[in-house]
Design a protein around this ligand. Structure first.
Ligand code: MN3
Length: 195
């Protein structure tokens, strides 16, 4: 059975950019519900959640929608909460790769923000590694880049539950502030692991 991953920081650690109440509800209610419903849909398994989502087409058809939504929600939030930390500078190999692929960190921010702002309705914008290269993509609902054979190393949740309490309808402000809570050390680790 899959368990709700613990956060390695406090719910108020990302204040004022992501508020304590949003973090608490997001983790203990939303991520918990995806976890419970994923377990209900999958029953027992000896695979990792990421393997199941990468091989979604092998999941029996009667369970596939539930696994896609809840297993997707499970792995997406597991990644999301793991790449959050306040005041970390972009550095290391990932910085070089961003410069190489997008020109500069500012250009990357611009393209990533654009993906986050143009995802219509609920979904995600991602920085992924695809065939060894960095790429920005977006997915609807809880669809995961893993299902497309891409390794997510950074993701922003643009479901309203991720920002509405604090930002109301101002998704652009939330996206702007998201850049202040990216744990680039962790993103760098995920990048190195993806190779
Ligand atoms: Mn969410």
């Amino acid at each position: 059975m899959f368990e709700l991953p613990k956060l390695n920081y406090e719910y108020n650690a990302l204040e004022p950019y992501i508020d304590e109440e949003t973090m608490k509800i997001h983790h203990t209610k939303h991520h918990q519900a995806y976890t419970d419903n994923f377990n209900k849909a999958i029953g027992g398994t000896d695979k990792s959640a990421e393997e199941i989502i990468a091989g979604l087409n092998e999941v029996p058809e009667d369970k596939r929608v539930a696994v896609r939504n809840n297993g997707g929600g499970y792995v997406n939030h597991k990644l999301f909460f793991s790449i959050l930390k306040k005041d970390v500078e972009c550095d290391g190999k990932i910085m070089n790769e961003i410069n190489k692929e997008f020109g500069s960190l500012d250009k990357f921010k611009e393209e990533f923000s654009n993906a986050a702002l143009t995802q219509f309705g609920s979904g995600w914008a991602w920085l992924v590694v695809s065939r060894g290269k960095l790429e920005i993509i977006k997915t609807g609902n809880q669809d995961s880049p893993l299902t497309e054979g891409k390794k997510p190393i950074l993701g922003i949740d643009v479901w309203e539950h991720a920002y509405y309490l604090k930002y109301k309808n101002k998704r652009a402000e939330y996206v702007e502030n998201f850049f202040k809570v990216i744990n680039w050390g962790r993103v760098n680790e995920l990048y190195l692991k993806s190779k």
